[in-house]
Write a protein that binds this ligand. Structure first.
Ligand code: GLV
Length: 361
């Protein structure tokens, strides 16, 4: 990127405060518009602020669709979602508009798996409920039947969506002597199954057999309400359901009813169907552990995500391939149509014409 203060700094939009180190990087090279409000930017403001930008870093609450891309204008080169999930990004629309789209996978895999495991343990062992009991100064004395939970070790862990985070959760489960089942539309290579001793199940069998069910799918039209009343009905009454993926993967009203009637043992939820609103019935379920979308929320991981977002942003603006691209087809198509790339003369720095002075670093 060009040094600070030089002319022609690309205008970019960042829709929420990110860790400062990453903002400093953006500020040093770009004309940054930063939304400093607490919540998500209102739609009309988002559309107004993105107009004329070369790049944007968006968050899960910012919808990137035809309307957003039209509002931005033809000079927009890249949209980077500060999240691994990208259900808020219409990737096809980005491709149609010739805009690169990227997200921040991998750097948050282990941290999100930690969160899923923490929710499993908290829900199974009634940790939040016990904390509430003491804070309410409820009289208590140790008792053989007091607040009994479910064992985690040596139980069966059913993972729906066996990608990076699902596999990282499996690794944690193995450490607890758990048997791992998984369901995914894509079967991983046999060596991945072997590594985790993981056995494939169709969805119903996984739900019937598992003591813990953890969701790690993308949100798509196929996975919306994947866990509905019928699926909850076939889970064990001792089962714990965990969701660190996206809220709408569960029919929240159906889950609240199942928890209220103790048809499953407990749930650990990081995400909600109508986020940030939590279904009011869940708020009154002692057996629901609910946390405000903290999956990747550690100091280090949020910084790593921010730096990866900025790497993607700079690459997209400079005409280099962004490291974690969601529409690689668009990139490949451009590459194949670019005669300078074909003969290796394209440089990756703003302001340097193809084959221009200085050569490529
Ligand atoms: C957060 O939910 C993410 O997708 O990274």
């Amino acid at each position: 990127m060009e040094p600070p203060g030089s002319a022609g700094r690309p205008p970019v939009l960042v829709t929420r405060r990110l860790p400062q180190e990453a903002l400093d990087r953006v500020q040093a090279s770009c004309e940054m518009t930063l939304y400093e409000g607490d919540g998500a930017m209102r739609r009309d403001r988002l559309l107004a602020e993105v107009a004329g930008k070369a790049g944007a870093i968006t968050l899960v609450a910012d919808r990137v669709d035809d309307e957003f891309l039209d509002a931005a204008g033809a000079q927009l080169k890249i949209v980077v979602n500060y999240a691994v999930g990208f259900d808020n990004i219409d990737v096809d629309a980005c491709t149609r508009h010739g805009v690169l789209a990227s997200n921040t996978p991998e750097v948050l895999t282990e941290t999100t798996a930690d969160t899923a495991f923490a929710l499993m343990m908290a829900a199974a062992r009634r940790i939040a409920e016990g904390d509430r009991l003491l804070r309410a100064q409820t009289p208590w004395i140790w008792g053989p039947l007091m607040m009994l939970g479910q064992d985690i070790h040596h139980k069966t862990l059913g993972i729906i969506g066996f990608g990076r985070i699902g596999q990282a959760l499996a690794r944690r489960g193995l450490g607890f002597g758990m048997r791992v089942l998984y369901h995914d539309v894509h079967r991983p290579p046999a060596e991945v199954e072997r590594e985790f001793g993981a056995q494939y199940r169709d969805l119903d069998d996984l739900l019937r057999e598992s003591d813990f069910v953890s969701l790690h799918t993308n949100l798509t039209e196929q996975t919306r309400h994947l866990i509905n009343a019928e699926h909850l009905a076939i889970m064990k009454p001792t089962a714990v359901l965990v969701n660190t993926s996206r809220g709408p993967v569960i029919d929240e009203a159906a889950l609240a009813a199942a928890l209220r009637e103790n048809r499953i043992f407990a749930a650990g939820l990081d995400v909600f169907e109508h986020e940030p609103i939590v279904h009011p019935d869940l708020l009154t379920c002692e057996n629901a552990v609910i946390v405000p979308h903290l999956g990747s929320a550690t100091v280090q991981t949020r910084l790593d995500m921010a730096n990866l977002a900025v790497d993607n942003l700079f690459a997209g603006i400079e005409g280099r391939r962004p490291p974690t691209l969601l529409n690689p087809g668009l990139w490949d198509q451009r590459e194949s149509q670019d005669p300078f790339r074909a003969i290796g003369l394209r440089c990756g720095t703003l302001g340097i014409a193809p084959g221009g002075i200085g050569g490529c670093a």
